[in-house]
Design a protein around this ligand. Structure first.
Ligand code: PGA
Length: 244
């Protein structure tokens, strides 16, 4: 019922010369029914869009600012992203929350602005190791999603990415049981607001997904795909993960 979705989050990696070989490799693959998305740094969006032309692979961005335009040095708007053909925007990534101090309120504003432009929001949530160790995982997840219960947004434009902070870039993925448990909790929680629509919503797992961990993770009932950092930097590996 839910189409698998795999998003390559390049973060601040790869260089201009890598774009052509990467997109070429991706364009050549025809083996998957899953939706594939590449989220490169802003600067490379246009080149990646050109490289992916006439392929089914979609373009994603890693962030954007909620205001439409104006004196916001260093920021990029959703309409700018849309003009370049971006379809997905990753929002509230834990690196944005931790390093750039984004709050749940900021993330809510971003998700709303994203949807006002008809773009798909990939809302990232997840607990730190300290929060997990002190038994606060579910409370934290609830806190990060609470605004969705109060002010519903268009679920057809919403994807949730559960990314335990302790699993991001560490090589230590959550176990399938840990991941499925939180994914099921998230879907249940969203049922309160979205009813049966919650069953159509994609919930991605992110955090050290690699070739050996992905198959088992993807076999879980409530895991609908993955947000992949490190392992997505090599196009072949990304494809193998998405087709495994
Ligand atoms: P990772 O990153 O796959 O390198 O752990 C995932 C993410 O941060 O989106």
């Amino acid at each position: 019922m839910r189409k698998a979705l795999f998003i390559a989050n390049w973060k601040m990696n790869l260089s201009y010369k890598d774009l052509e070989p990467y997109t070429k490799t991706l364009k050549e693959q025809k083996n998957t029914d899953a939706e594939l998305v590449i989220a490169p740094p802003f600067l490379y969006l246009e080149s990646v869009a050109r490289g992916l032309k006439d392929s089914a692979v979609k373009l994603g961005a890693q962030n954007a600012y909620w205001e439409a335009k104006g004196a916001f040095t260093g920021e990029v708007s959703f309409s700018m992203l849309k003009e370049l053909g971006t379809e997905y925007v990753i929002l509230g990534h834990s690196e944005r929350r931790t390093l750039f101090h984004e709050t749940n309120q900021d993330v809510e504003k971003k998700v709303r602005a994203c949807m006002e432009h008809g773009l798909k929001a990939v809302l990232c949530i997840g607990e730190s190791l300290e929060e997990r160790d002190s038994g606060k995982t579910f409370d934290l997840v609830k806190e990060q999603l609470a605004w969705l219960l109060e002010h519903k947004v268009d679920s057809s434009l919403l994807t949730i990415a559960y990314e335990p902070v302790w699993a991001i870039g560490t090589g230590v993925s959550a176990s399938v049981e840990q991941a499925q448990e939180v994914h099921a909790f998230i879907r249940d929680f969203l049922r309160k607001s979205y009813g049966e629509e919650a069953d159509k919503l994609s919930i991605l797992y992110g955090g050290s997904v690699n070739l050996s961990s992905c198959k088992e993770l993807m076999a879980q009932k409530d895991i609908d795909g993955a947000l992949i950092g490190g392992a997505s930097l090599d196009a072949e590996t990304f494809i193998k993960i998405a087709t495994s």
